[in-house]
Ligand binder design. Structure first.
Ligand code: NI
Ligand code: MN
Length: 230
């Protein structure tokens, strides 16, 4: 599996030649790793309707015929905008896709679509790949104690920016609850109000928990061999 950080909360996974984008916020992202036109996608997972997550979903989906996977309100909005294939889910539901099983999990946040209409509940994603590797994408959320249900995932992608999501202290609590093998911080530094000292946070994580903290720069790629790879 190849795994690339595109900046903010945008991710690009390639699993057995299936291309998956998560929250492709690129054209107005000051630290976007690439232009939306350069990306291929078979699936686009959208956590909620806010512009810094919904991003370029419509244009990428129209160009690539990717299937947009999102909560019913967001999926319905995409269909109305002319996206051919959408897959509506809701919180708590799962579906098997060619790259693995995707569960839509709760997030404590809000959600408005680009036209100002309500976007339903915001969400996170728990993905179980075919080899058993599990990744939890918290997306935009506050800390909540039911993160205990994601405990033991291989990778957790957590916002640390504060103001709109968990900040560093709550994200550290989240690591203690989830106990991921690896935690990757995101949703910080995109604009001054969410600037954080990520190296200081990494030090705290590695001093106070058993999780490894991997700080990814926009554009950086990880190759993940398999679930047992340590
Ligand atoms: Ni948001
Ligand atoms: Mn956000």
């Amino acid at each position: 599996m190849k795994f690339r950080f595109l900046g903010h909360n945008a991710w690009h996974l390639t699993v057995d030649s299936v291309s998956v984008l998560i929250d492709p916020f690129l054209s107005t992202n000051p630290f976007a790793a690439c232009k939306p036109d350069s990306l291929q996608a078979d699936f686009i997972l959208v956590s909620h309707g806010h512009g810094d997550h919904f991003g370029d979903t419509i244009s990428i989906a129209k160009r690539t015929d990717a299937i947009v996977v999102a909560i019913a309100e967001v999926a319905g909005y995409c269909a109305k905008q002319g996206v051919k294939s959408t897959l509506a889910m809701n919180v708590g539901g799962s579906i098997s896709l060619p790259f693995g099983r995707v569960k839509m999990v709760p997030a404590i946040h809000s959600s408005t679509l680009p036209d100002g209409t309500p976007g339903g509940s915001p969400a996170g994603f728990l993905i179980t790949f075919k080899d058993g590797l599990r990744m939890y994408f918290a997306c935009d959320t506050a800390l909540f104690s039911d993160m205990k249900f994601f405990s033991g995932v291989d990778y957790a992608f957590l916002p640390i920016g504060d103001l709109f999501t968990m900040g560093p202290d709550d994200a550290l609590e989240a690591v203690k609850i989830i106990q991921p093998r690896v935690v990757v911080p995101c949703h910080y530094g995109t604009w001054p109000p969410i600037n954080q000292d990520v190296q200081a946070w990494k030090t705290r994580v590695e001093n106070e928990t058993l999780s490894k903290c991997v700080v990814m720069k926009s554009g950086e790629e990880l190759t993940i061999a398999n679930a047992k790879f340590r």
